[in-house]
Design a protein around this ligand. Structure first.
Ligand code: NAD
Ligand code: DAU
Length: 339
């Protein structure tokens, strides 16, 4: 293990989104001596409410775009690390309109690593397991850090592109960087366009949940708080230039997850609609996190999916003011796509 990096003043891009805001909560709860500057453009996926109670001496908010080089010239000096979450993150949106994904995920990452290089700031790049493509249902293999890149969707190909840029900046310019590729997150503050919150809020509103294709696609679920602790571990203890996969052995197919949600919410397990499949729909993701566990000693704490799911359902029940304003428009978009 290399010497620990002790950050004092970090920039968190995308800190008003689902996973970024959970990371800001994690830092406030666990590292009160670290100052956080959240940089977020507040797109449809960003919500300042996610971090509003934290704003003050420890957490500052800057409304801006990661593609804005001039803003980065003003903001980055004086910080000691950038933790980069900002992205266009939804596969279905990337299929309907890929252009914003190129802009934010590729150009935005390029602007950030240029600023990190210029001001010699450490960079942690938050990425996804989708860069590896998919696995067959009956394949005993899982993704490792050695798996070749093979992305399927416009979203995952832009994330793969951004990973490659970050790696090249390490090799060519010596950018002090680490990368993590995580599996599917669940937990509070996730936009209702995503699978689990969509179905929970559908049931609350009396709309039947919607399952794509044959429902047998497998995702490897991890609680977002475990993702945050893993990113913190990699930021502070990871070896420069290295990639670490993050996962918590949470493989489940979509049909099983949907039946879990229906049961937890007191509904019959067949009370949902089958809808048309996502084009290019990845079959299965599965993470082997051995490197992160053995080299850095990280382990997840939310190992009981059902209790994490119950808490997540309760969060959406308790916070309708958070999701109701965007629910109708999200469902209208899905309806237009036949989903
Ligand atoms: P999200 O869509 O909920 O949030 C994205 C945030 O980025 C929003 O606050 C948005 O306003 C902000 N943003 C978007 N474009 C911006 C721009 N140009 N400039 C500044 N801010 C901008 O996304 P998420 O699900 O929280 O994902 C966060 C990161 O984690 C992404 O990089 C994603 O690829 C990665 N990731 C997500 C998952 C998952 O399960 N959701 C799993 C692995 C990795
Ligand atoms: O694996 C990590 C990735 O996980 C992240 O990189 C992405 O940012 C994140 O959005 C997520 O991607 P997925 O495409 O796996 O997540 P999504 O919530 O969109 O869908 C999960 C599964 O559920 C997928 O197989 C499609 C299916 N699905 C989705 C929706 C919205 C349905 O069956 N019905 C639905 O209504």
């Amino acid at each position: 293990m290399t010497d620990a990096f002790i950050p004092k003043n970090i920039i968190v891009t995308g800190g008003c989104g689902f996973i970024g805001s959970n990371f800001v909560h994690y830092v406030v709860n666990n590292h009160p001596d670290v100052h956080v500057t959240v940089l977020d453009a507040l797109t449809y996926a960003g919500n300042l409410e996610n971090i509003k109670p934290l704003l003050g001496d420890q957490v500052e908010f800057v409304h801006g775009n990661i593609c804005d080089a001039q803003l980065l010239d003003e903001l980055v000096p004086g910080h000691d690390a950038i933790v980069h979450y900002a992205a266009e993150s939804h596969n279905d949106n990337s299929i309907a309109d890929p252009e914003p994904f190129l802009k934010t995920n590729v150009e935005g990452t390029f602007r950030l690593i240029e600023a990190a290089r210029k001001y010699d700031v450490r960079f942690h790049h938050v990425s996804t397991d989708e860069v590896y493509g998919d696995l067959a249902l009956d394949d005993p293999a899982k993704f490792t850090e050695e798996t070749p890149y093979h992305p399927s969707s416009p979203y995952s190909s832009t994330k793969a592109s951004s990973d490659l840029l970050v790696r090249a900046w390490f090799r060519t310019y010596g950018l002090r960087m680490t990368i993590s590729n995580c599996s599917n997150n669940y937990g509070p503050y996730q936009h209702v366009e995503k699978f689990i919150p969509r179905q929970i809020t559908n049931i609350i509103e009396g709309i039947r949940p919607k399952l794509y294709g044959d429902g047998l696609n497998v995702r490897d679920w991890i609680h977002t708080e475990d993702h945050s602790s893993a990113v913190w571990t990699i930021l502070t203890q990871g070896r420069l230039g290295e990639t670490y996969l993050i996962g918590a052995n949470g493989e489940r197919n979509n049909l099983t997850v949907l039946k879990d949600i229906l049961r937890v919410m007191g509904q019959p397990e067949d009370a949902f609609d089958w809808v048309k499949d996502r084009p290019g729909h990845d079959r299965r993701y599965a993470i082997d996190a051995t490197k992160l566990r053995t080299e850095l000693g990280w382990k997840p704490t939310h190992t009981d999916f059902e209790s994490g799911l119950r808490a997540t359902v309760q969060w959406y029940v308790d916070n309708p003011q958070w999701w109701e304003p965007v629910k109708a428009a999200t469902e209208a978009k899905y309806k237009a796509q036949g989903q």
